[in-house]
Design a protein around this ligand. Structure first.
Ligand SMILES: *Cc1c(COP(=O)(O)O)cnc(C)c1O
Length: 388
């Protein structure tokens, strides 16, 4: 069983625990601690001579360890760590490997931007935020100390594509580490480690969980890079709860079939909206007029379930379109079975000034769609009636 298995097989079988009762998948160990037959047995586990479960906050709980084994396999990583949220994962990454500074390339999740701009500097951690078109300045920022280069691709909300291989090879020339937030793509559509990234970050709240019913995060990479993060996670108390770990493992078993349908539906919506008289631009990396199309075709296996449309008119016109949607719900998250719509200016990028939004290419008339698993004809007709 050592030969490389396909992603769908790994989703179903990867990391699953064999128990004494023949359960087909890992059961839920909803326990905080684990008992031993003797002090000597306990010390064997505490001192690392034997593998074993000890205390759930450390992550040494079979349900969590089994989930982490599956998560590592899905990104082709040696190791994985599961967290209570995507932000917990990102924060632990920055506090461990970003202490000499973090350079963020391109747009990023609002919480991540807030952490980088407002909070890490309070701890004396230098951070720099580059727009994707400013990536040429990266070299000048990396000489000197050992920095962490961080980016998302596709980005939120304009779905810009950042060339993982190009940024990773440049950053490595300067001895920097490279972390990619792979939340928007999911491992079913993109494997950043294969393109040279060192660490992958996930908000498992999105496609990995996939049903808008759990909050979790993950980091994947080499054991050498994750071991020091595990120590921070323990002491900051950011470990995923076993109940959530079990729910997330359940969701991961259907990741590939879900993401394939997200991809198909999103592409159908993008093509249907392109050319609509009330739509100025459709942003979808699978359309051949998208500026990132060529790179996306190379580094992605599918183009994802997110579509952003820029409608004609003013912010109020875009709000009216959103308010007229019947099937697609107004909510700020993504990656679930149900389709959701938001205006970035009212949610994810609400905290930014008008000038900063403009600098980032985020317009008041943008609507971000997370395309779910409904019938695509129903989604397209809902959008058509909302556009009027
Ligand atoms: C949602 C999100 C996060 C934060 O994840 P939480 O699970 O909400 O903490 C980070 N990055 C991206 C790209 C996201 O969409």
């Amino acid at each position: 069983m050592k030969e490389k298995q396909g992603l769908s097989t790994l989703c179903v079988h990867g990391g699953e625990l064999k128990d004494a009762h023949g359960a087909p998948h890992t059961p839920l160990y909803n326990t905080t601690t684990f008992a031993f037959d003797s002090t000597a047995d306990l010390l064997d586990v505490v001192e690392g001579r034997k593998a074993g479960a000890l205390y759930t906050r450390y992550g040494s709980n079979p349900t969590i360890q089994s989930l982490e084994a599956k998560l590592a396999l899905l990104e082709g990583a040696e190791s994985a760590l599961a967290f209570g949220s995507g932000m917990a994962a990102t924060a632990a990454l920055f506090l461990t490997h970003g202490r000499d500074g973090v350079v963020c390339v391109g747009d990023a999740y609002g919480g991540t931007l807030n952490l980088l701009e407002k909070q890490l500097p309070l701890l004396g951690i230098p951070t720099q935020l580059l727009l994707s078109q400013e990536a040429g300045r990266l070299a000048s920022l990396l000489s000197g100390s050992k920095k962490l280069v961080f980016f998302e691709t596709p980005t939120n909300p304009a779905l810009e594509i950042i060339d993982i291989r190009a940024i990773a090879s440049l950053a490595h020339d300067f001895g920097a580490l490279v972390a990619v937030d792979n939340t928007f793509a999911s491992p079913a559509n993109q494997r950043p480690l294969a393109w040279g990234a060192d660490i992958v970050v996930h908000s498992a709240t999105k496609y990995l969980g996939g049903h808008s019913d759990l909050t979790a995060g993950a980091l994947m990479g080499s054991e050498a890079l994750l071991a020091p993060i595990r120590a921070w996670r323990s002491n900051l108390g950011q470990t995923i709860a076993p109940e959530t770990a079990q729910l997330l493992a359940r969701s991961l078993r259907t990741l590939v079939v879900r993401v394939e349908r997200h991809n198909e539906n999103a592409e159908a919506v993008a093509r249907a909206l392109r050319g609509h008289e009330r739509v100025k631009t459709v942003y979808y990396p699978g359309l051949d007029d998208h500026p990132g199309y060529e790179v996306a075709r190379r580094q992605m296996l599918g183009f994802g379930g997110m579509v952003t449309v820029d409608v004609r008119g003013y912010a109020a016109d875009a709000a009216q379109v959103v308010d007229r949607l019947r099937l697609i719900k107004i909510a700020p998250s993504l990656g679930g079975v149900e389709s959701l719509a938001t205006q970035p200016m009212t949610t994810t990028h609400h905290g930014l000034s008008v000038a900063e939004r403009a600098r980032r290419g985020i317009t008041d008339t943008m609507i971000r769609l997370s395309i779910g698993l409904e019938d695509r004809d129903d989604l397209v007709s809902d959008l058509r009636q909302a556009l009027g």
